[in-house]
Design a protein around this ligand. Structure first.
Ligand SMILES: Nc1ncnc2c1ncn2[C@@H]1O[C@H](COP(=O)(O)OP(=O)(O)OP(=O)(O)O)[C@@H](O)[C@H]1O
Length: 235
């Protein structure tokens, strides 16, 4: 569904993405992991059109997205740090987004599960970090996109909210969507992701099915499997 081919991105002297080749199919949930500064957010932003690669191509359903913007309606994005019109209330932000976006069907599962209607009148500037994250999650899923890009989605969420979001991710991959997740909390990715792409210094160290990783390392938990991979200097 999404393919990165020979993607390079440089910021000054720093090679943030260094010949990235990755392909992600529909109906899968994929973890993008790697140390701080390894290029995960830059990769995500290049898919979203927020960073323009120096070289290479990115395709969505076999069509190049570079220089195009229509495909963005098919991607829901939950950023690591969100920025909203701070004086608007939650409901005003949601209504504004509905006015801007084209959509066939709204998906309000998370809006209901997070009980956002009860908070609808609160201005964005007054929200706790976790509630802001909930608003971001609701907006990412609201327009029923075919691809979801979630950057550190559970950071700041309490365990109940985290569980609700994880269940939603599992349900949507079953419904045929592609979900790309970055997270440093590997324990939260257990039972959630089907594949892992590991980046380091802007390069893909490996991209594997979780089942293959578990079989190769003899470890069921992602955190332990990843530790084995590091010990062995990559598989
Ligand atoms: N706009 C920019 N200008 C200059 N350097 C940038 C810019 N964006 C990212 N970088 C640099 O590119 C490298 C990759 O950053 P990126 O945010 O993609 O890493 P990351 O893997 O998402 O890290 P983290 O886990 O900390 O979120 C870092 O060294 C970062 O400082």
């Amino acid at each position: 569904m999404i393919r990165f081919t020979n993607i390079y991105k440089r910021f000054g002297r720093l090679q943030a993405l260094d010949n990235i080749n990755l392909s992600f199919p529909a109906s899968k949930s994929v973890a993008l992991i790697g140390p701080n500064g390894s290029g995960k957010t830059t990769l995500i932003k290049s898919l979203l059109g927020m960073v323009v690669p120096d070289k290479g191509d990115i395709t969505f359903k076999d069509s190049s997205i570079l220089g195009s913007c229509d495909y963005r309606a098919n991607i829901g994005y939950m950023p690591q740090i969100s920025s909203y019109p701070e004086n608007m209330t939650i409901s005003q932000v949601m209504e504004m987004m509905k006015d801007i976006r084209q959509y066939n069907k709204l998906d309000e599962d998370l809006v209901k599960a997070f009980k956002l209607p009860q908070l609808a009148g609160k201005p964005m500037r007054t929200l706790s970090g976790g509630t802001r994250q909930k608003v971001s999650a609701c907006l990412a899923f609201l327009f029923n996109p075919e691809v979801l890009v979630l950057d550190e989605p559970t950071a700041g969420l309490d365990p109940v909210a985290s569980g609700i979001l994880q269940d939603k991710i599992l349900q949507e991959t079953k419904n045929g969507k592609l979900v790309l997740i970055t997270s440093h909390i590997l324990s939260e990715l257990d039972d959630l992701v089907d594949e892992v792409a590991y980046l380091q210094d802007g390069k893909v160290q490996f991209h594997k099915q979780v089942a293959a990783l578990q079989a190769e390392t003899g470890e069921q938990k992602l955190v332990r499997a990843m530790a084995r991979v590091m010990e062995n200097g990559g598989l």
